[in-house]
Write a protein that binds this ligand. Structure first.
Ligand code: AP5
Length: 225
């Protein structure tokens, strides 16, 4: 596992990345930093589903039945949704960070096909890794902004004013699927269905394992190293 101090100069930063890892490992936090600092477009399948749920679309209603129980949304609709996002012509310019997709080997194969069509390759697949007890502690304290998506933690990164986003003053919320029993199921599903995706990428040279237990800045530096 690689670690770099936050102030060490980075090598050429990656432009097309996948972040993979268990729930609460910090994929959303790293995506936000990569977007802010490198201008990459973030494509989070979980965020897109939550938006669809909020808009009460057919896709949102269907996805909610799975998400509320900590299960994965079926491959077919997920692949179609993410493929549409990746076909946006702006993506070629901006680069992208995929957060939470692919999450099954079938999705990883579909992503290969989409990128082949688009004549693009992945610079890096980052497997974020922390001990399980840290995951549970991170998820049980997580709070998010209803508007800008900023992520906080009640102990490690509290907002300046309780219940209000520091960046945009909007109300904060706790995710429906961050209930203890759903967290347990999400972790189980990760080991059963998503861990094989890491093995899939381990066969290529693009996989980088990163110890994500040392705070956001060190994790970010390790990804960009
Ligand atoms: P999704 O939204 O992708 O959830 P997840 O993978 O379970 O990941 P989380 O968003 O919970 O955690 P994270 O790793 O982003 O951590 P975060 O940065 O927030 O998916 C939700 C659901 O949608 C799935 O269960 C599934 O049903 C469905 N779905 C999504 N994609 C799908 C797909 N491809 N196929 C099928 N179904 C799909 O950080 C967590 C906390 O830790 C925060 O409070 C943060 O402040 C803190 N923290 C983060 N990093 C650090 C650090 N380095 N040090 C200290 N604290 C940190």
């Amino acid at each position: 596992m690689s670690q770099l101090p936050a102030d060490q100069p980075h090598a050429i930063p990656p432009r097309r990345l996948v972040l993979v890892g268990p729930p609460g490992v910090g994929k959303g936090t790293m995506s936000a930093l990569l977007k802010e600092r490198l201008g990459l477009r973030t494509l989070s399948s979980g965020e897109i589903f939550r938006h669809e749920i909020e808009m009460q679309t057919d896709l949102g209603r269907m996805a909610k039945r799975y998400i509320d129980h900590g299960e994965l949304v079926p491959n077919g609709v997920t692949i179609e949704m993410m493929s549409k996002q990746l076909h946006d012509p702006q993506i070629k310019q901006s680069g992208f960070v995929l957060d939470g997709f692919p999450r099954t080997v079938k999705q990883a194969e579909a992503l290969d096909e989409v990128l082949f069509e688009l004549e693009q390759g992945l610079d890096k697949v980052v497997s974020l890794e922390v001990p399980q007890e840290v995951i549970v502690q991170r998820l049980t304290g997580r709070i998010g902004c209803t508007k800008c998506g900023e992520i906080y933690h009640s102990k490690n990164k509290p907002p300046k004013r309780e219940g209000v986003c520091d960046r945009c003053n909007s109300p904060l919320f706790v995710r429906e699927d961050d209930r203890p029993e759903t967290i347990r199921e999400r972790i189980r599903v990760f080991w059963e269905t998503t861990a094989p995706v890491i093995e899939y990428y381990a066969k290529t040279s693009t996989l980088q394992r990163v110890d994500a237990s040392h705070g956001p800045e060190n994790t970010y530096a390790a990804i960009c190293s």
